[in-house]
Design a binder for this molecule. Structure first.
Ligand code: 13P
Length: 252
């Protein structure tokens, strides 16, 4: 059985104090509820404060970064390294979010290096894939997403694959209020799982958790989570309020 994983991507929002308040508010509502693995991904600058509040408050929520470099140190202005994240108690890292790809020039090759580095350092990569509206309208969704999956996971073994979390986030659904229908999301995620099966074998493919992301809200989470191949959600806007995120986590 794949344990669902719901992650909040806070993007470039919340100062450290606000991030701590949100984590504490969330934990007050979900502690003891372990049907779902919960991860929050604050901005890097918030990680020390959030990490410390989790440690001192015995808050058992995964702590994710929103990006990282693949190297451990060096002349990479503005970047953070996997070892730096580990030192802060970070457990997960989002890699290849469409905003990183579209606005900051991240490539499939870079995503692959980052996924490998995250795994080598014991961090769980949440690798994002997804098509633009133009690609969807041109009938290129499957080809685009399949290419991103194959490149991003290039040269990994079946053992490593089971640790990776994938997030299918159609770009046209992000922050627009227009989520993919549960059936459309399932159709693409089903294709992703069969691609994984061809590459890594059925057993490994069956163990990989694949999230849907893009305008996930309390009123659509249940139907999304009811789909056979969807194992969680990567949530932006609706993860910024403790009560709303709690309703997502406790969807069932
Ligand atoms: P929204 O939930 O705000 O659409 O954002 C989705 C997303 O990009 C999560 O990574």
């Amino acid at each position: 059985m794949r344990r669902p994983i719901i992650a909040g991507n806070w993007k470039m929002n919340l100062m450290p104090g606000q991030a701590v308040d949100l984590v504490e508010g969330l934990w007050a509502d979900i502690s003891g509820y372990d049907a779902v693995e919960v991860v929050v991904c604050p901005p890097c600058i918030d990680l020390p404060a959030v990490s410390e509040c989790m440690r001192s408050g015995d808050i058992r929520i995964g702590l994710g970064a929103q990006s990282m470099h693949w190297e451990e140190s060096g002349a990479f202005t503005g970047e953070v390294s996997p070892t730096m994240l580990l030192g802060l108690g970070v457990t997960h890292v989002i890699i290849g979010h469409s905003e990183r790809r579209q606005l900051f020039g991240e490539t499939d090759q870079g995503v692959n290096r980052k996924v490998k580095s995250a795994l080598a350092h014991g961090l769980v990569p949440i690798m994002c894939v997804g098509e633009t509206l133009k690609q969807r309208e041109a009938g290129e969704t499957e080809g685009t997403v399949t290419g991103q999956v194959n490149c991003g996971l290039f040269e990994l073994g079946p053992q490593e694959i089971s640790t990776v979390v994938l997030a299918y986030e159609p770009i046209w659904a992000i922050g627009t209020g227009k989520a993919a229908t549960a059936q459309d999301a399932q159709a693409v995620i089903g294709v992703i799982r069969s691609v994984l099966g061809e590459q890594f074998g059925e057993q490994a493919a069956g163990s990989v958790r694949i999230q849907y992301g893009g305008s996930v809200k309390p009123d659509n989470i249940s139907e999304i989570m009811a789909m056979p191949d969807i194992d969680g959600a990567l949530v932006g806007g609706a993860s910024l309020k403790a009560d709303v995120f709690t309703r997502l986590v406790r969807f069932s």
